[in-house]
Design a protein around this ligand. Structure first.
Ligand code: DP6
Length: 360
């Protein structure tokens, strides 16, 4: 499929007003998306676990307006008007206008609520942009009820990607691949797909405890961070490595190889941070407590043979990943040893989820 497939023809129906609600999850990348080309095309393929408890619920109320000259919308977070969110959504609307030509015909009231604290340092762009994309697709489906579920999901992911790259991995499925990969049939640079191969029982119901090491604003936004991969001395090797790591994960998921999983996932996390440390300008996004936690996870694994591991996003917080079978021991270890390194002792227990849900 190409971009052209997402440009609608004339809509068979007219709708004056309505309301739609979607709840969409966050996700955590195992092989990281870091670096992009024009139009939100990723420099390498990525794969993520969809989360369950960390999500955004968005309701869009829409009503036809007289003038079709410009976009008209208001955004509320937890009931409060958020003027500061408007530029990002205006940019999003401009990027997707060709694919949703009705956008200028309506006034939209966008109400959004996150289950995780806004200032937690957990990015809300993946869940927020995917929830909004899904709401807009539900409106398109009212205008054209013939849209199939497959097209709906692909186009939702396609649109979400134009809001924030990682958001395209928050639509459907527990493991989602985004970006063309030669061993993954159906993979695409323009939308995410459900991981199409067998996944061993070991990886079902995987747990993710997010340790909030630093709840402050990140010193470098991910959009700027991606830009640092342009002319980066190690860019090409890194992009190739991501392809190889994704290939290796196919076998890991099939055979249930937990050691292989730990090695790839931790190496990806540290590579992401290494890329930032040696870009120009350079950044260190880990905090001393991030390193304390990593070292304690490594000691715990050595002492106990546990398969617990960590991954990082582009910040100081740590995602602690572990199989469901180890939940009791690992939660105890987290409480005993890791929580002390979290800001105000805050952490969020989550696990793999299965994708976004329409709320009726
Ligand atoms: C480190 O999706 O937030 O979390 O496309 O500019 O909105 P934009 O970037 P974003 O980048 C996420 C980067 C990451 C890795 C990942 O999720 O794959």
């Amino acid at each position: 499929m190409t971009e052209q497939d997402f440009i609608p023809k004339i809509y068979p129906k007219q709708v004056e007003n309505g309301s739609v609600t979607w709840k969409s999850p966050s996700n955590i990348a195992l092989v990281k998306y870091w670096g992009k080309k024009e139009n939100q095309i990723p420099a390498n393929p990525s794969i993520s676990f969809t989360l369950d408890g960390c999500n955004t619920t968005t309701t869009v109320n829409f009503s036809q307006k007289e003038s079709h000259q410009e976009y008209a919308f208001d955004v509320f977070l937890g009931g409060d008007l958020k003027e500061s969110f408007k530029p990002k959504i205006e940019t999003f609307f401009k990027r997707i206008n060709t694919y949703l030509p009705f956008l200028k015909e309506y006034y939209f009231k966008i109400d959004t609520v996150n289950t995780f604290p806004h200032s937690s340092g957990i990015a809300s762009s993946a869940s927020g942009m995917s929830a909004l994309a899904l709401c807009l697709m539900s409106i398109e489906k009212m205008l054209n009820p013939d849209i199939t579920e497959e097209y709906f999901n692909k186009k939702s992911s396609f649109l979400a990607r134009l809001g924030s790259g990682s958001a395209c991995r928050s639509i459907d499925g527990d493991l989602v691949v985004w970006g063309l990969h030669n061993e993954i049939e159906g993979s695409s640079d323009i939308f995410g797909i459900k991981y199409p191969f067998n996944v061993h029982e070991n990886f079902k119901n995987y747990q993710d405890t997010i340790l909030l090491v630093d709840k402050g604003e990140k010193p470098v936004s991910s959009t700027i961070g991606h830009g640092l991969m342009h002319n980066h001395p190690f860019a090409e090797q890194r992009f190739e490595q991501a392809h190889n790591n994704l290939s290796a994960l196919i076998d890991v998921f099939k055979t249930g190889d937990l050691n292989g999983f730990v090695n790839i996932v931790e190496s990806e996390a540290l590579t992401l941070h290494a890329m930032m440390m040696c870009s120009m300008p350079y950044f260190i996004l880990m905090k001393p407590n991030t390193l304390e936690i990593i070292n304690k996870i490594w000691s715990y694994r050595k002492e106990t043979g546990s398969k617990v591991c960590f991954t990082l996003d582009a910040g100081a917080n740590v995602h602690v990943l572990y199989p469901k079978a180890e939940i009791e021991q690992v939660v105890q270890f987290i409480k005993n040893e890791l929580v002390a390194h979290c800001e105000n002792g805050q952490y969020i227990c989550d696990q793999i989820g299965f994708g976004a849900k329409k709320i009726v």
